[in-house]
Design a protein around this ligand. Structure first.
Ligand code: IPE
Ligand code: IPE
Ligand code: MG
Length: 247
């Protein structure tokens, strides 16, 4: 039976988050510059997005550029920014054809103007699509997001201070970039690195974690299916005991 047929359609993760890692190593293994890996990573993005949309996944978040990635050599950062522009241009039709809605998380206004402007156009163009929501994490870091949430709460309540008794998880989440997006059920990280790298720290409190050795440019929808099959074998207890879950 092929992998796709092993997936239980009634138990799909509603939201899958992916740390797309290993582009540089993929290129270097082939004797190429790191940017060659990033370019080939776009093919993996396309196949994964199409695969997720076709399966009926509701939310897919891709970590594309972290706040810390600004610290890479300028040449690589510049190449990544131009690649973003060319990818937005080349993938627009795929998004529209597949009824995909584009969203972003992260400090989008901190990206070069030509990148943020293009993103905003594509977000508007796809705003009424009701298939997969594709969320690109760009200039994103979870600690930035949390600190930013605190800043927003304080500035919004300057005139009428918030009653501390009203601050709970639900209240706080409204100030995160992921407001209205359910928490990821499944996190996938490629390239054999076992860390979170400042991604969705708040939201991943109860996510199932899946790590694969596959380097991102080699990742295809079949690898996504493999992660989902693995996810479906797990028992999510959320602090309870097994017997309570099975009832
Ligand atoms: C992930 O691949 C892409 C980005 C972080 C932009 P890397 O560029 O981190 O590749 P490795 O981890 O160095 O191989
Ligand atoms: C995480 O990958 C960020 C993205 C995939 C965009 P990194 O390659 O930047 O993470 P570290 O530095 O290995 O933790
Ligand atoms: Mg990396």
């Amino acid at each position: 039976m092929d992998l796709k047929d092993q997936i239980d359609k009634k138990n799909l993760p509603q939201h899958i988050a992916v740390i797309m890692d290993g582009n540089g190593r993929w290129a270097q293994k082939k004797g190429n510059q790191r940017i060659f890996g990033h370019k080939n990573g776009v093919k993996a993005v396309r196949d994964t997005v199409e695969g997720a949309a076709e399966l009926g996944i509701n939310f897919l978040t891709l970590y594309a550029f972290s706040t810390e990635n600004w610290n890479r050599p300028k040449q690589e950062v510049d190449a990544l920014m131009s690649l973003l522009i060319t990818s937005i241009n080349s993938e627009t039709d795929t998004l529209i054809k597949n009824n995909i809605r584009l969203l972003t998380i992260g400090n989008i206004d901190g990206l070069p103007k030509n990148v943020s402007a293009k993103l905003k156009v594509l977000i508007n163009k796809t705003a009424n699509n009701n298939g997969l929501s594709l969320i690109l994490a760009l200039n994103y870091s979870a600690r930035w997001e949390i600190v930013n949430a605190v800043k927003s709460i304080v500035s919004e309540h300057k005139q009428n201070p918030v009653d501390v008794n009203n601050i709970d998880n639900k209240f706080f989440e409204k100030y995160l970039n992921t407001k209205d997006i359910p928490d990821p059920d499944l996190l996938v990280r490629t390239s054999g690195e076992y860390r979170i790298s400042n991604f969705l720290i708040w939201q991943m409190a109860y996510s199932e974690l899946y790590f694969t050795e596959v380097l991102w440019p080699d990742f295809r929808r079949n690898d996504l299916y493999e992660a989902i099959v693995d996810y479906q074998k797990r028992e999510r207890r959320f602090g309870k005991i097994s017997e309570q879950i099975k009832k």
